[in-house]
Design a protein around this ligand. Structure first.
Ligand code: ZN
Length: 406
């Protein structure tokens, strides 16, 4: 069993940080027996703003469209791309679909626009799965993958966490909320180097509700991170609608994977090794949400997490093996993962080291490869039916993330 590593102040920080930024402000590694020199070196990149976000190293919305079109053209009919909706600023959001098996694996990236490796990993996975190899053909027989890269393209283009939307725009869509206060996850002050005062926005990954038909009422606001969200943004509505369509087609969405980034300087357990990627299969405390339980299956999420973990560990003693378990004490029903888990999907969170404002594009190739490797581990195990043969108790053996004090 794991145990809490931290006091209540840090616990609060972590609770707010499923996919949230590292602490702001200048940070120096504290001397500590448990943070050896690798952490001390990494401390140079542990502040929240380096000034070099590496934006140009990543794929833009326009480039993503061209890449998806190219994949579709080259796939000889095995991969199709459709527009599932538009962002608040009118940018298209696409889903790419490959395979025709009777289990569906849904993957999304960049619900936070400053967390970008997932989009490139998805493109690589789609390229592999739509190819002409015997394995690709077999995977396409066994499963269907539906991937939504850059779910939140307005945020991606601004290279920031939140979408590009004001509370007034929400009120125009939901006039019944006219007398309600703005929600807690509305950013109107500078944050992570982004000027939300000039361009406000919302953390879309707190806008989900386990009731997929949820209609908000004024009493819901401002809400807290312990509460579900409201589906008040086009970005969350787009993926919610896709999820519902896939439920109708497949009976259930077998697997949902959400691709994120976290702070750049976390450590694997007590090894002193820097985390390449943290994983998790647990996002809600089911006891608090029993009324929304539509088939919650924590063991399956743990099994899927192990599929990603094992695929990464099989690459031996390398950065790909530096994998930790994300904080297990969170209870976040307003996240896509939390809501879809309550709807019965196996759910897995990927948290790559370093959002762009702190880490730029450093180690980009290696980090993208790590995500791709974990995704392929899940895809293969779902396709082969081996995910559900994993021993879920092994999940608790994955070393917890250690959060050094800076
Ligand atoms: Zn995130």
């Amino acid at each position: 069993m794991h145990h809490r590593l931290t006091g209540s102040a840090l616990a609060l920080t972590l609770a707010a940080s499923l996919t949230a930024p590292a602490l702001a402000g200048p940070q120096q590694p504290a001397p500590s027996a448990s943070t050896p020199k690798s952490a001390a070196t990494a401390g140079q990149s542990c502040n929240d703003n380096t000034g070099d976000t590496g934006t140009n190293a990543w794929i833009s919305h326009a480039e993503l469209e061209r890449e998806l079109q190219k994949l579709e053209r080259n796939s000889k009919g095995t991969l199709s791309v459709e527009t599932i909706g538009q962002s608040n600023q009118g940018r298209d959001v696409w889903a790419a679909r490959v395979g025709h098996g009777d289990k569906v694996v849904m993957i999304e990236s960049e619900i936070h626009g400053n967390e970008k490796t997932g989009t490139l990993a998805i493109l690589n996975l789609l390229r592999t799965m739509s190819g002409n190899t015997p394995e690709a053909k077999a995977l396409r027989e066994q499963i269907t993958v539906v991937a939504v890269p850059q779910l939140n393209p307005d945020a991606s283009e601004l290279d920031r966490r939140a979408n590009d939307r004001t509370w007034d725009e929400v009120l125009a869509d939901f006039p019944q909320l006219a007398d309600a206060p703005a929600p807690w996850n509305y950013y109107t002050q500078p944050r992570q180097g982004d000027d939300y005062a000039a361009r406000p926005g919302f953390d879309v990954n707190r806008d989900f509700h386990p009731d997929l038909d949820y209609v908000p009422s004024p009493g819901d606001f401002p809400g807290t991170s312990d509460d579900p969200g409201w589906y008040i943004h086009p970005e969350s509505q787009n993926i919610r609608d896709l999820y519902r369509e896939l439920q109708a087609e497949f009976g259930t969405v077998d697997t949902f994977v959400d691709l994120h980034h976290q702070g750049p300087c976390y450590l694997v357990g007590d090894t002193g090794e820097e985390v390449t990627l943290s994983l998790s299969g647990k996002f809600v405390d089911i006891e608090n949400h029993a009324q929304h339980d539509k088939g919650y299956d924590l063991d399956y999420s743990k099994q899927l997490t192990l599929s990603a973990y094992d695929a990464l560990q099989s690459r031996g003693n390398s950065p790909f093996g530096k994998i930790s378990l994300y904080d297990q004490e969170v209870d976040l029903p307003g996240t896509a993962l939390g809501s879809f888990a309550l709807n019965g999907s196996g759910t897995v969170l990927f948290e790559v080291r370093g959002q762009t404002q702190s880490w730029g594009a450093k180690k980009k190739g290696q980090l993208v490869k790590a995500v791709e490797t974990g995704l392929l581990g899940i895809v293969r195990d779902v396709a082969h039916g081996t995910a559900e043969q994993q021993d879920p108790a092994r999940y608790d053996d994955i070393p917890l993330t250690t959060y050094p004090e800076y």
